[in-house]
Write a protein that binds this ligand. Structure first.
Ligand SMILES: Cc1ncc(COP(=O)(O)O)c(C=O)c1O
Length: 353
């Protein structure tokens, strides 16, 4: 099995150290001191699928029993387990793009993939395009809603129509919903739509807990059992400290989310006035990612991002990593003082050309 290099991770690895990151895709990280970090003994989490009471609590979100939720090391592992357990080389997958690279690179490593590529300015999804891409051997349709990098949040009718298309073909619809709780009014999750709905998510982006590496997959019993079979070979069990903190996060979920949504709104307003002032065209969606067009005078997002990091030590993400070389991604969920400092430097860079 051959998998493509993860372009964004490689770009970050080269430039992240010692520079100001305006390219993080989640909300600013919470300090560990907000939580009790002592779960008692540090043996394996037993059962390895995760604490049944906590899984039952998560499963309620999807109207499913605890057995239909599996705790994982982040959303990344949740997605990996779904792909690895579900896909055969003879299968076909439909992936709505642009999106986070693992959502198409892993299916492409395992099966045959059709990308349904959306375009700006508003990145809207016509469900008929998914219907047209379906084949008899389609086993899975993948969406990321709200989307990284565009911020587009497809509405309930659109997601329902895509779900019906997948279900009519006997294919699962996987919704990567890691940004969902940043929406003021989150849509019903995909795993609550019916037997073919699968949701993956975690605490990294909406809660600012990427270092916790805590996520889950929710779906029907067969799918979750298949994912669990693979998990025995990846991480075995969710980290015990992470599960202990996750319980506290669920206890305080409403307060944490309100705080984070306010923070996102404040930063969004700062970014909006900056982009307006600099005539940068962008789509204002949900979450803390924006995907503007590269300012005039640069050949590509890569040239722009490299020149900026060289001149001002500010890291943005080149759009080529998402298949759109004419754009760049800015993550505005970080600490407000860092966003202000980063935008100041970016402004100086643009004005000084
Ligand atoms: C759409 C999407 N899914 C998954 C991930 C990885 O999330 P986690 O930290 O929960 O593994 C990311 C990270 O940027 C993402 O954007």
């Amino acid at each position: 099995m051959d998998v493509a290099p993860f372009e964004l991770e490689r770009f970050f690895a080269e430039h992240e150290h010692g520079n100001l990151m305006l390219a993080e895709s989640g909300i600013r990280p919470l300090p560990a001191s907000e939580f009790d970090l002592d779960p008692g003994e540090l043996g394996y989490t037993i059962p390895t699928a995760g604490d049944p009471d906590l899984r039952a609590r998560v499963a309620e979100r999807y109207d499913r029993p605890a057995a239909e939720v599996l705790f994982t090391c982040g959303t990344q592992e949740a997605n990996f387990l779904v792909f690895a357990s579900l896909l055969e080389p003879s299968d076909h997958v439909v992936v709505v793009t642009p999106t986070y690279q693992s959502l198409y690179a892993l299916p492409e490593a395992l099966a045959d993939v059709t990308r349904v590529e959306l375009s700006g300015p508003d990145w809207s999804l016509d469900p008929d395009r998914v219907a047209e891409a379906m084949r008899p051997e389609t086993a899975l349709v993948v969406i990321n809603n709200p989307n990284n990098p565009t911020g587009r949040y497809h509405d309930a009718d659109t997601v329902r129509a895509v779900y019906e298309t997948a279900a009519d073909h006997g294919a699962y619809l996987l919704g990567d919903e890691v940004y969902r709780l940043l929406a003021a009014d989150p849509l019903p999750p995909v795993a609550s739509l019916g037997e073919y709905g699968v949701s993956t998510t975690g605490l990294s982006k909406a809660f600012g807990l990427a270092g916790l590496r805590f996520g889950w997959v929710a779906g029907d019993a067969d799918l979750v059992a298949g994912a669990a079979r693979w998990k025995d070979y990846t991480t075995i069990a969710p980290p015990k400290v992470s599960q202990h903190v996750a319980r506290q996060v669920f206890d305080r979920e409403a307060v944490l989310l309100e705080r984070n949504r306010e923070h996102a709104a404040e930063n969004r307003a700062l970014l909006r006035s900056f982009l307006d002032e600099h005539d940068c065209s962008w789509y204002e969606g949900v979450g803390v990612n924006a995907f503007p067009e590269v300012p005039a005078g640069f050949e590509s997002g890569l040239e722009f991002c490299e020149a900026l990091v060289e001149a001002e030590g500010v890291v943005l993400a080149p759009g080529g990593a998402f298949g759109h070389p004419d754009r760049f991604r800015v993550g505005f969920g970080g600490p407000t003082d860092e966003l202000v400092a980063g935008l100041d430097r970016l402004g100086r860079f643009l004005d000084g050309r």
